[in-house]
Design a protein around this ligand. Sequence first.
Ligand SMILES: Cc1cc2nc3c(=O)[nH]c(=O)nc-3n(C[C@H](O)[C@H](O)[C@H](O)COP(=O)(O)OP(=O)(O)OC[C@H]3O[C@@H](n4cnc5c(N)ncnc54)[C@H](O)[C@@H]3O)c2cc1C
Length: 117
Amino acid sequence: MTAEPYDAIVIGSGQGGTPLSIALAKAGMKTAIVERNYVGGTCVNVGCTPTKTMVASARVAYLASRSADYGVDSGPVTVDMSAVRSRKSKRAKRVLTYKMMAAEPLQKRVHRLLPYA
Ligand SMILES: Cc1cc2nc3c(=O)[nH]c(=O)nc-3n(C[C@H](O)[C@H](O)[C@H](O)COP(=O)(O)OP(=O)(O)OC[C@H]3O[C@@H](n4cnc5c(N)ncnc54)[C@H](O)[C@@H]3O)c2cc1C
């Protein structure tokens, strides 16, 4: 195995690392990004997007449970947690796919080194 030189190596492909690696590549530097866990980082995979999706389900359950106060008969409210989790996973995957597609033309300039730094 031969060592390959880079101008810049970015550790982590989250909110910080991905735009940084693209900016460095755009500036003409031979750039690599290293990710050991979730491509896309915390926010999209296990942080902002998944939590806000589950909070949205909780909000809907809360409003449904108060529907009688608004003169709406919705019947008894139950929460199907496996459906909530499934919606959360699909939503996170969709956001990640969208982000990756949006960045793809630029990311082609960034080498991906997996999985560790
Ligand atoms: C539950 C939760 C909810 C959140 N909600 C929000 C919100 O609503 N709004 C908001 O603005 N922020 C939110 N955040 C915070 C947000 O996720 C972070 O601010 C953001 O992800 C930080 O980006 P980052 O690139 O610094 O780190 P990260 O996104 O964590 O990316 C760092 C990456 O580096 C990788 N890495 C680390 N060490 C190495 C190594 N040695 N080798 C290879 N790879 C490595 C990790 O695997 C990770 O993928 C939330 C966080 C959590 C946990």
